[in-house]
Design a protein around this ligand. Structure first.
Ligand code: BGP
Length: 471
């Protein structure tokens, strides 16, 4: 067995002073109480009510880890596993349940209590405003395809800044905004399960406009804090250095990374991406003021979620004529034969990609301040790693974190402006259609035993990591 006991004196990787150590989660994935205290359904609550079989073991959103009632105990556990910062999200469908602007006071009380409890325990609260959880009343108006929903979201954001901006200093407008586009409008994975590239492009554009307008109101209100967005950056690597493969990777990068990264940091879409869409008549409808709002409202801070790279190669054969457009018409996926894999989740593990991302931000995005806002290792069937003392002995997760942090450390040494590292996630939580299939937490949540929390070996190690500010 590996010995992960660390000595303060013997650090190989030291991190900058005040580096953020913590984790990320979200309201819909942890709170539970999905139908109580005034909360109304979001699209996942609704989807579960009509298609429970679409969720792993038919576990729905109301079963999430009950943070709503156990937040005090959970915040103590955060402290115990070394958190100096923690991100969660405010559920729109809890705060403004009917979508009419009227605030639910029970929600205000709850988020106030969570924020105050975090601060009282020296844990900096980071708040995100949208983590895939479109209120159903907004989806009925067209979701992100509707301009009315953009305006309602901006109102929601403003309400959050006014209510909580005196204490929350780090705000994020969206988590992984490309995921609802991919899952809901391209690949038939999540509600509303539409498969239509052009509608997906409209959802993406409207999301960016909503983001920019939220940044605008944040600045107007003069909130004393920073505002940003959390993007899942999945860099595209070509199979080979052949021009066709390199070009395929470049195009994949335009669709899956730069589509969001460029407008929020540089204030404009990549011209090549616009060209590709224009040629195919796939450009979304753009209102006259949209591009100006995007240009004028750039982020202060970027959150980078990184799990695995995308590998691509040039297309081997063209799509049949007339097939509805998909980004994959322009490149083929590639599986690297000697890749390292997380056998418990099936995802590739490639740690040095985190360094490539850091260098890309340093060199091509003005070295803006950022932090690793999610990174983590999902494990299916993790109970099998429980030891005789009754806790999960997840050496694989400790090693996963260490190997990534080595590259973060190298990037820092080369001038990257990285402010912290947040693991996905604090405690095992519910993850959309995958429900509780893949466990990511530093703390186990026992579904069979009253949602009992037990710190895993990684949680004990994370505490030392944070206390030593390195390993
Ligand atoms: C990220 C999301 C999280 C979480 C995580 C794990 O992309 O931001 O919300 O769900 O992925 O996903 P999964 O449980 O499907 O492995």
């Amino acid at each position: 067995m590996l010995d992960h006991t660390l000595k303060n004196t013997n650090l190989t990787y030291r991190f900058p002073k005040n580096f953020w150590w913590g984790s990320a989660a979200s309201g819909p994935q942890t709170e539970g109480a999905a139908q109580s205290d005034g909360k109304k359904p979001n699209i996942y609550d609704y989807w579960y009510s009509i298609e429970p079989e679409s969720f792993h073991n038919k576990v729905g959103p109301e079963h999430t880890s009950d943070f709503y009632h156990r937040y005090k105990q959970d915040i103590q556990l955060m402290k115990e596993v070394g958190h100096n910062s923690f991100r969660t999200s405010i559920q729109w469908s809890r705060l403004i349940p009917k979508g009419d602007g009227k605030v639910n006071l029970q929600a205000v009380n709850f988020y106030n209590r969570v924020i105050d409890e975090l601060i009282a325990n020296d844990i900096e609260p980071f708040m995100n405003l949208y983590h895939f959880d479109m209120p159903m009343c907004m989806q009925e108006k067209g979701g992100w395809e509707s301009r009315e929903v953009i305006n309602a979201y901006v109102k929601f954001a403003e309400t959050c800044f006014r209510l909580f901006g005196d204490r929350v200093k780090y705000w994020f407008t969206f988590n992984e905004p490309i995921v609802p586009v991919e899952a809901g409008y391209l690949y038939n994975l999540h509600y509303p399960k539409i498969v239509d590239f052009k509608r997906g492009a409209q959802v993406a554009h409207n999301t960016i406009v909503a983001h920019a307008k939220a940044v605008e109101i944040f600045k107007k209100l003069n909130v004393k804090g920073k505002i940003g967005i959390i993007l899942n950056l999945t860099p595209s690597y070509p199979r080979s250095e052949n021009l066709e493969d390199v070009q395929a990777a470049h195009v994949a990068d335009l669709f899956f990374n730069r589509s969001f990264l460029d407008p929020v940091t540089k204030g404009e879409y990549p011209k090549e991406l616009i060209g590709i869409l224009k040629e195919r008549e796939l450009l979304p409808a753009v209102e006259p003021e949209d591009l100006q709002v995007i240009r004028q409202n750039r982020i202060d801070i970027l959150g980078v979620n990184y799990y695995q790279p995308r590998r691509v190669k040039a297309k081997t054969k063209p799509e049949p004529a007339g097939a509805p457009f998909m980004p994959e018409h322009l490149f083929d996926p590639y599986i690297k034969p000697d890749r390292k894999i997380n056998p418990h989740r099936g995802w590739e593990i490639c740690e040095e990609v985190i360094y490539d991302i850091m260098m890309d931000i340093r060199d091509n995005y003005g070295n803006i301040p950022f932090f690793i806002s999610e990174n983590g290792m999902g494990v299916e069937g993790e109970e099998k790693f429980r030891n005789s003392e009754g806790f999960i002995e997840d050496d694989y997760r400790i090693e996963f974190i260490q190997e990534h942090l080595k590259w973060v450390h190298k990037g820092l040494g080369e001038g990257a402006n990285c402010l912290g590292y947040h693991l996905w996630t604090f405690m095992d939580n519910w993850s959309w259609a995958n429900a509780y299939k893949n466990r990511y937490g530093l703390v186990e949540v026992d579904l069979k035993n009253d949602l009992n929390r037990t710190i895993k070996k990684s949680g004990r190690w994370y505490k030392q990591l944070s206390a030593n500010n390195g390993f």
